[in-house]
Design a protein around this ligand. Structure first.
Ligand SMILES: [Zn+2]
Length: 222
């Protein structure tokens, strides 16, 4: 193992997180199958059925839906001859203007910032994996490991589905008082929730980890 880290070649040994049994990591794992520990049968590696190109296509679709979700109106309200149309960012600014800065900041982080970061990082990483696989470059783009960790921390803050639920309840309630027209952004956000869930379940972080070079600097912590 020590020789592996010095020469930069990949280690093929993995340890079971449950029983610590060391075992050889198979070089190729067929899609849709799992590798279990020889001793306790804990699943060590699960290879999703779909490849990284499928995740990439989902992320590209998600990014387009995100742009539509931010550029177009969420809802249009009309009551007593007055019409109001709002976008996602418009709703945040409106909350801020109403002296609800904390709520505005929470809505901004959970519906705009966190999903944008998630989509941008996933686009960056999946594109990196595809470029390495296509032989265009030998290495993953810079900061891949840091971004992969960061996206796993930021992802739980993306709460588009909570926002969606709140928006739907408000629309039903407001529908009794005013005429409400659901805008294209709300449909896009609805579709984006499904696309993000599909992309996250199909994405295997091993696709990134296995393409990163073995660290040469502080690989051993004394
Ligand atoms: Zn085990």
């Amino acid at each position: 193992m020590g020789d592996d880290t010095r020469t930069g070649t990949r280690s093929t040994m993995i340890a079971c997180p449950e029983c610590d049994a060391l075992q050889m990591e198979p070089r190729r794992i067929p899609r849709g199958t799992s590798v279990s520990c020889w001793r306790c049968r804990t699943v060590l590696i699960h290879e999703p059925r779909k490849g990284i190109d499928y995740v990439f296509s989902l992320i590209v679709t998600g990014s387009i839906l995100f742009l539509i979700g931010n550029a177009f109106p969420l809802v249009s309200l009309e009551a007593g001859g007055n019409g109001v149309t709002t976008t996602l960012l418009g709703a945040v600014l409106h909350l801020w203007g109403q002296d609800l800065q904390l709520v505005a900041a929470l809505v901004f982080v959970t519906t705009i910032l966190a999903p944008a970061f998630d989509l941008a990082v996933m686009l960056y990483l999946t594109l990196g994996v595809l470029r390495v696989d296509a032989g265009r470059t030998a290495e993953m783009p810079p900061f891949s490991a840091k971004l992969l960790r960061a996206v796993q921390v930021v992802r739980p803050w993306g709460m588009l589905e909570v926002f969606m639920l709140g928006a739907l309840v408000s629309i039903v309630k407001l529908g009794q008082m005013a005429s409400v027209v659901v805008g294209p952004a709300l449909y896009s956000i609805g579709a984006l929730i499904l696309i993000l869930a599909a992309a996250n379940s199909a994405f295997n972080p091993r696709e990134v980890w296995s393409r990163l070079p073995i660290r040469q600097d502080d690989e051993v912590v004394a």
